[in-house]
Design a protein around this ligand. Structure first.
Ligand code: CAA
Length: 284
């Protein structure tokens, strides 16, 4: 199947980045948001990132305009009827995601369509079981910022058809130009199973007064050649997303390293979500 008609559910940090990647790859993209305000914010996010790509010499003005021309925003999920690939990138709430999959199952008419989730750590099988076509559901997990990071985790549940896994893997590599890796449907898949305990450890270090945030970050940038330190990275990922991923991994594995630090919960309660809210551990 040649995938041309795509959709993304949600245009937050990840949804906007994924929609941008799809549009830049020449695909027709519908972005579904919950209201016009959220759609406008998603559009602005994509415009800003495309402007930055032009500024950085990664894209010319014509390619930018063509990419924007391939994007359409809607609040009506019914408009996704003819889509061949839908990537859900709503907030990390299992019930919300399950109900989105149940709705997609009703509205997407093509029996060959693929329904994917960009969840960072939740069990794909639960979303698959919210549909009547679990063999056509899988995880397609991008990394932030999606237009820049080359990796995509392809996550097969115990019911995902091999043919679906293979065609999405080929699509990610050949059409999107990303590097796919195969992950099992286990908490945190590959990357977040390693990353989330690391970010939680850094926050615990800060919470315990072990070192300043600047020194923790400088340590990993200067000592291990990471492009950014863990405290800054947590802010960039979004502290809410870090918390939900940690809760989800800890709930299933009981791994103490993934136990959400109290400071992280308090900051999320206080609306300090990192870059996206203007303030997290740092101010933006
Ligand atoms: N579009 C296209 N390319 C862009 C771009 C854009 N909007 N913005 C930047 N770039 C390109 C730049 O041109 C540059 O490319 P070259 O290396 O070829 O020159 C590259 O991206 C880096 O850009 P900059 O040097 O200008 O650095 P920056 O400050 O703009 O961005 C960063 C830096 C890419 C964010 C970098 O710090 C980084 O990689 N940080 C780590 C990010 C990371 O770990 N992400 C994973 C988070 S985990 C996750 O997402 C999963 C989850 O489920 C929680």
């Amino acid at each position: 199947m040649s995938i041309q008609r795509t959709a993304v559910i949600g245009s937050g940090l990840m949804g906007a980045g994924i929609a941008e990647v799809l549009a830049k790859s020449g695909l027709d993209v519908i972005v579904r948001e919950i209201n016009d305000e959220a759609s406008a914010a998603g559009r602005a996010r994509i415009e800003k990132s495309l402007a930055r790509a032009v500024e950085k010499g990664k894209l010319d003005a014509q390619a930018r305009d063509e990419a924007m021309g391939r994007l359409r925003f809607t609040t009506d999920i019914g408009e996704l009827a003819d889509r061949q690939l839908v990537i859900e990138a709503a907030s990390e709430n299992e019930d919300i995601k399950k109900s989105i999959f149940a709705e997609l199952d009703k509205v997407v008419t093509d029996p060959d369509a693929i329904l994917a989730s960009n969840t960072s750590s939740m069990p794909i099988i639960r979303f698959a079981q919210s549909t009547s076509r679990p063999e056509r559901v899988l995880g397609v997990h991008f990394f932030n910022p999606a237009p820049v990071q080359p990796l995509v985790e392809i996550v097969s549940s115990v019911l995902t058809a091999d043919s679906v896994r293979d065609s999405v893997t080929e699509f990610v590599a050949e059409v999107l130009g990303k590097n796919p890796i195969q992950a099992q449907d286990r908490p945190g898949f590959i990357v977040n199973a390693l990353l989330i305990p690391y970010l939680c450890s850094a926050i615990r270090m800060l919470e315990a007064g072990f070192a300043t945030k600047e020194d923790i970050d400088a340590g990993m940038v200067g000592g291990c050649a990471h492009p950014m330190g863990p405290i800054k990275l947590a802010d960039m990922v979004g502290l809410d997303t870090c918390l939900y991923a940690a809760e989800s991994i800890y709930r299933e594995t009981g791994d103490p390293a993934a136990k959400p630090p109290v400071l992280l919960s308090r900051m999320v309660d206080g609306g300090l979500l990192g870059v996206k809210s203007g303030r997290g551990f740092y101010e933006y």
